[in-house]
Design a protein around this ligand. Structure first.
Ligand code: NDP
Length: 296
């Protein structure tokens, strides 16, 4: 039976550490990291994310700036706001909540963010630095995946890591980070042949597919570490009419019997994303102010 990788507890530890780091930065250097979150439109899921981000930002002692704009905001108005935030010394991190309304080009907005303040790590400069193995702001969910995998096995050197999913926000950056951890990395996707056979060779299996419970227990190599990024809502008639529940991309009960360690959904990768966003904001503040981590 696998041990559970408790993302909720690990994220909480990360936030506790960050609170202490932020307090030190304020006391010793007079710098309070600030995170600006921009929400355009009225997507209910995005509103929930933005509220959680702002709340947790304040809880670790950072400044939270929330900009809520109406759906009909033009691309130019959004670009003007980003430019103002780029030039605002009290803002060290800028996050534009995606998805944006259809009339706004997401790529153009992301590229307008100062790479030094791009705490989502989506700017092409940060992606390039990540691929080149240089200091970068690294996308939050992938960073969380690595922290969780390393909580199960501190040294991942030599592991065969199979990542199912090749999106820019999860699959590809996870692959780069695992390369940096000296894994041998295979990226699988919807055109991969014999996906079950490939997964069964993985010492570390990362599922970022968006297909509920697609990865079955007999796809998992005995003793593997399984990181389930998927968040899927499925009907749960057993809880009552019209009820639903969250599941990952992995058939949890089956994989639990085979793996050595596994992340649950919810309570695995999910809580790590905001914790890593706050970590990125802290690190962006240090770099922008020219303060070494050793001085904190
Ligand atoms: P995308 O839809 O952007 O990418 C999904 C990837 O899975 C694609 O590369 C696709 O392949 C691949 N795929 C789809 N179906 C199959 C299949 N049947 N067999 C093999 N590969 C397949 O999703 P994201 O990367 O954005 O997200 C993945 C999951 O992670 C989602 O459930 C999402 O909700 C969750 N998520 C969770 C986060 C968190 O915990 N905070 C943050 C971000 C995402 P192809 O490229 O060939 O189409």
């Amino acid at each position: 039976m696998a041990s559970l990788i408790d993302g909720k507890a690990i994220a909480s530890d990360l936030r506790t550490q960050l609170s202490a780091d932020v307090a030190g930065l304020v006391k010793d250097h007079g710098v309070k990291p600030g995170l600006a979150v921009v929400l355009v439109g009225e997507d209910p899921a995005s509103e929930v994310y933005v509220r959680s981000k702002s709340k947790q930002t304040v809880e670790v002692g950072m400044e939270s700036f929330k900009h809520t704009l109406p759906t009909e905001t033009s691309e130019q108005e959004l670009l003007d706001l980003v430019a103002r935030l780029n030039n605002d010394d009290t803002v060290h991190g800028i996050l534009v909540q995606l998805p944006l309304p259809n009339h706004i080009n997401e790529g153009r907005v992301i590229e307008a963010i100062d790479p030094a303040k791009d705490v989502d790590g989506f700017h092409p400069v940060n992606i390039g630095r990540l691929v080149a193995g240089e200091e970068a702001l690294v996308p939050c969910t992938p960073q969380g995946c690595i922290i969780l995998a390393k909580s199960a096995q501190a040294d991942l050197t030599g592991c065969h890591a199979v990542i199912v999913g090749r999106s820019n926000i999860v699959g590809k950056p996870v692959a780069q980070l695992l390369l940096q951890e000296n894994c041998t990395v295979t990226i699988a996707h919807s055109r991969t042949r014999d996906l079950p056979g490939l997964c069964a060779t993985a010492d570390l299996l990362v599922a970022a597919v968006g297909q509920p419970e697609m990865i079955r227990g007999d796809w998992v190599k005995p003793g593997a570490i399984v990181i389930d990024v998927g968040i899927n809502r499925i009907p749960a008639p057993e809880k009552g009419e019209g009820k639903s529940r969250l599941v990952g991309d992995v058939k949890f009960d089956e994989a639990l019997e085979v793996a050595s360690a596994i992340t649950p959904v919810p309570g695995g990768v999910g809580p790590m994303t905001i914790a890593c966003l706050l970590k990125n904001t802290y690190q962006a503040a240090l770099r922008i102010q020219g303060i070494s981590e050793l001085d904190c």
